[in-house]
Design a protein around this ligand. Structure first.
Ligand SMILES: Cc1cc2nc3c(=O)[nH]c(=O)nc-3n(C[C@H](O)[C@H](O)[C@H](O)COP(=O)(O)OP(=O)(O)OC[C@H]3O[C@@H](n4cnc5c(N)ncnc54)[C@H](O)[C@@H]3O)c2cc1C
Length: 477
């Protein structure tokens, strides 16, 4: 609908997981909704994040399994990677899901406006496709869902052949011989795992003293040992200082604690070389050029602050997804979107429960968690009980040949038995985390988990065993 004016109940700016979910749900609830998207509905998650990365990681996983085919009684002549086909499949999966989201929006009669959304007032949004195609939408409410963009330090040259963001690397059709990954969070770790499998020499630089610093220390230090055994070099307590591009990259790094990083280093400073540098240093909320400067919004650091039902400090304007701060996860955005429109529809709305959001890092073995880490629980003064169960004693993990180093760890409150956190390392453990979210929402205890009947043989039994371990002893060790 080029040019003109229209009136809706709700206008949503940004069609990523937060925005498109909110739009579909709003339509279900009878709210007349416009969705404004400047690029493609599905957002970062579908086009640059969750989906394309997991397609690549899935192939990497399959490849390592094929290499072990003989162990499983399968004779395979030759196992090779075709990176071109891997990319083709990635595009196919993304397109299929993209068409799915477009279809759902259409089916639910959400009107999608292609263009850049800009707030003019608390009740109107300008959509600009180009200089000649400008549309004005008037609505009772606005939801901001503009997501986030990769963070690039101002002193680092961004040159998409050598110094890449996660977006750039998803477009790159060549496997680098060597790659330095700045940032040992979930995104950095997934790419480190992928390129190690693909045969690149991988170095991870992490500012904190452990990779995956937000995870339970026992989990991240075990993963670090696994990665180390696979030949991934991990430099913790290390900052990225400077980058020079010279037919590859020369990266200046510094140890935070002044410890000599290697025998070839001068002081605590060192230069390392690689074909490429991937910047996985976090993301910034996409809040510029959307017309919010004139609104009395409150912030928490660089993110927008909202109420439990996602309303900002400007009545009638809501914010969901990455712009509301960590955890920057698609399922958090989905959930915030449905909370906000449920509230707008006048329904009884359960507020966001940030303690019950699972996080998964999709390397192999996977890292999955919910709630407090052991360190956080102790810091908050909880007297805790810990139950652990190793996957080498879980029948399904043994059947799958995926048990080494894996374990489940449940942290519960000593006094009331409430589950404070669950942490897991193992093949596909992320699939089990919805159950832990349910336990967390119901304020379940380890004792209640031991009343649950888990099917046998499944990986999920490791949760039951860890719950037994919280109380007294697991059965199978
Ligand atoms: C490499 C990578 C891997 C990831 N893997 C996972 C994962 O496995 N699981 C997970 O849960 N999360 C993952 N994430 C995070 C996830 O992608 C984000 O948390 C999620 O996409 C946030 O959703 P959102 O709706 O807030 O924003 P986005 O997905 O960023 O969508 C925002 C949308 O708004 C549009 N937009 C912005 N400004 C305007 C404007 N002014 N007008 C119109 N449109 C606008 C953008 O074009 C975009 O489409 C990953 C992220 C990355 C980078």
């Amino acid at each position: 609908m080029p040019g003109g004016n229209s009136t809706f109940d709700l206008v949503i700016i940004g069609g990523g997981p937060g925005g498109y979910t909110a739009a579909i749900r709003a339509a279900h609830l009878g709210i007349k909704t416009a969705l404004v998207e400047k690029d493609k509905v599905g957002g970062t998650c579908l086009h640059w994040g969750c989906i394309p990365t997991k397609v690549l990681l899935h192939s990497a996983d399959l490849y390592t399994r094929f290499l072990r085919a003989k162990e499983f009684g399968i004779i395979v002549d030759k196992v090779e990677i075709s990176y071109t086909q891997l990319h083709r499949r990635k595009e196919d999966v993304v397109n299929r899901l993209f068409h799915g989201v477009q279809f759902l929006l259409k089916k639910n009669r959400v009107e999608v406006f292609q263009g850049e959304g800009h707030i003019l007032s608390p009740n109107s949004v300008l959509v600009k496709k180009d200089e000649t195609d400008v549309h004005r939408i008037t609505a009772k409410n606005i939801i901001l869902a503009t997501g986030s963009v990769p963070s690039i330090p101002s002193n680092i040259p961004h040159e998409s052949n050598y110094v890449l963001t996660s977006n750039d690397i998803l477009l790159s059709k060549e496997i680098p011989k060597s790659i330095i990954i700045a940032g040992g969070g979930a995104v950095g770790i997934e790419f480190a795992y992928l390129f190690n499998i693909l045969g690149s020499r991988v170095t991870i630089l992490e500012l904190f003293d452990e990779i995956l610093p937000a995870e339970d220390k026992e989990i991240s230090s075990t993963l670090r040992k696994i990665f180390h055994k696979r030949g991934i070099e991990i430099r913790t307590n290390t900052s990225l200082e400077k980058v020079t591009i010279d037919n590859g990259v020369v990266v200046e790094i510094k140890r935070k604690d002044g410890i000599l990083p290697s025998p070839t280093a001068t002081g605590n400073q060192e230069f390392i070389k690689a074909d490429q540098l991937l910047l996985a240093l976090g993301r910034n909320p996409a809040l510029t050029n959307i017309g919010i400067e004139k609104l009395p919004l409150t912030y928490q650091g660089k993110y927008l602050q909202t109420s439990e039902v996602m309303e900002t400090s400007q009545s009638g304007i809501f914010a969901i997804g990455d712009i509301t701060g960590p955890p920057l996860l698609a399922h958090k955005a989905f959930h915030q979107g449905t909370r906000a429109v449920s509230y707008l529809a006048g329904k009884e709305t359960t507020p966001m429960n940030y303690q019950s959001i699972p996080a998964v890092t999709y390397c192999s073995p996977q890292v999955a968690s919910i709630g407090l880490t052991q360190e956080e629980a102790e810091k908050r003064g909880h007297k805790i009980r810990i139950g652990k169960f190793p996957l080498l004693a879980n029948s399904k993990a043994i059947i799958d040949g995926e048990f080494e180093d894996g374990f489940f760890k449940i942290i519960s409150d000593d006094k009331y038995g409430e589950i404070l956190g669950v942490h897991a390392l193992g093949h596909n453990v992320g699939e089990l985390m919805w159950g832990m979210s349910l336990a967390s929402i119901l304020e379940g205890t380890a004792s209640e988990l031991t009343d649950v009947i888990f099917p046998h043989p499944t990986l999920s039994e490791a949760i039951l065993e860890a719950a037994h371990a919280v109380i007294d002893k697991p059965i199978h060790v």
